[in-house]
Each structure stands twice: as structure tokens, then as C-alpha cells.
Design a protein around this ligand. Sequence first.
Ligand code: KIV
Length: 261
Amino acid sequence: MTDNKPVRVPDIIAMKARGESVTVLTAYDATMAGIFDQAGIDILLVGDSLGMVLHGEENTLDVSMEDMIRHTRAVRRGTRRALVVADMPFLSYQASFPEAIRNAGRLLQKGGAAAVKIEGGATMTLLVERLTSIGIPVMGHLGLLPQSVHQVGGFRRQGSEKNARNKLIAEAIALEEAGAFSIVLECIPDDLAEEITRQVRVPTIGIGAGPHCDGQVLVSYDMLGMTEKTPPFVKKYAQLGKAMTEAALAFAKDVKARAKK
Ligand code: KIV
């Protein structure tokens, strides 16, 4: 979508019906959000990946509600048009429905998000139903679930065996039926993502799941070439890490030489 009207949840669902791809990038601050927003990206995802790319953690488990609210508010301030979706961090939605509802509500009320994303399939459908029934839009997330990194033994590709494939297809359908407005498919085989995309009416947003999804998401620091270790499926659209190193070196040289601007 390229006009200047703010993107709403129903617009995202309508894009699939029109056969239009959904563009999603992660954003964590107002400046980067403003740049992506002006480029016409449809959804800015305040991912809990911020624990890794901003805070240098090994995984996303240490990210708190306070982290998410603060970064979501920053992204919201930098955004005019894109739909802002905030990740619910680990343990903010798994312990009980009341706690999950309150935390999801805080991401909308205090963070200014328009929707939340939660990881998981069968175990999350009741929660998705509850949240959407009270007006909190939910993006689902299936396949590799970074918050379950210890359970699955690392950041590994999912859905390769027959049972796992069938389970993922059933979970995607269940999430759609529970009211999710879109579903992230992370690190699953291309043909499985294609099959899920065919079977659900809401947009699938792929990351490491091939070209047949209704949209694609990447972690912005990865695709901008700012992170050293990136998953093999990431295409780097810029080499900002290299450009930043060169800028810092040039700055240091000027300072040492006491050069005038
Ligand atoms: O946290 C995140 O950035 C995500 C995307 C990788 C989908 O969940």
C-alpha cells in the first residue's frame, strides 16, 4: 500500500484479498521508524528481537514489558502511516488470561501500538479469542518461536516432519478462526508456508519461509547490514555496519588531526 492514509488492521486483511504483498520491518526507535514509515513499509513490528539487536542478549527471554512499552512508544512517535505492532515479551501472556489481557492493553494504551503479536499455536488460540473479543488485534506467530529457544534446542528450522507439518497447518487455521488478523511464519519449509498461505484467509508474513507468503518481515538491523551474525535466509539490502565503521574512522582521524569542519 503506498497512499498516505494510516494503515489499519482491516487494510492488512484486505491486501491479501487483493493479492497485494504486505511489507513488514522491525523498528525499535522513533528515527528508524520515521525512515521506514516514509519508505511506505506497511507494518512496523516492535519485535522482542530488540533484546538481541539493541541489548546484546543471546535470546529474547530477558525482554520486559517496560522495554516493550518504551520502544513501542518511541516507534509510535516516529510513525505517521504504518501499522505499529508490538511483540508481547516472554512471560507477559503465558501465566494467566487476566495478566495477558492487562499487558496487551498496556502495549496499546501506553505504547500506542495498534496490535500485539504473540508466539504459539494451539496453546494460544483461547487467548487470541479473548484478546480479539475485547478489541485487541493479534498477529500470530508459528514455526520457529524464539521464546521457546530452550524447548526446541536452539534457533532451528521447524515443520520438516509430516506430523509437525500437519500440526502447523492446523494451528494456523485455529489462529485464524480465533481471530488473528495475520500470522508470522518463521523458518519453515517454503512449500509448507505456501500450503498454510493457501489454507488461511488472513495474510501470512514469512521470515525464512520462502517467497510464497502474503508478506515478508525481516529484522531491520539484519537487512541493513548492521549485525554480524545473521540467519542464512537474510538478504542484506545495505552495508550500514561498514558505512558506520568508515564514518567513525573518518571522525576519529579529524579529531586527532584537530581538523575544522
Ligand atoms: O522479534 C522479532 O523481531 C520477530 C520477527 C523476527 C518476526 O518476532
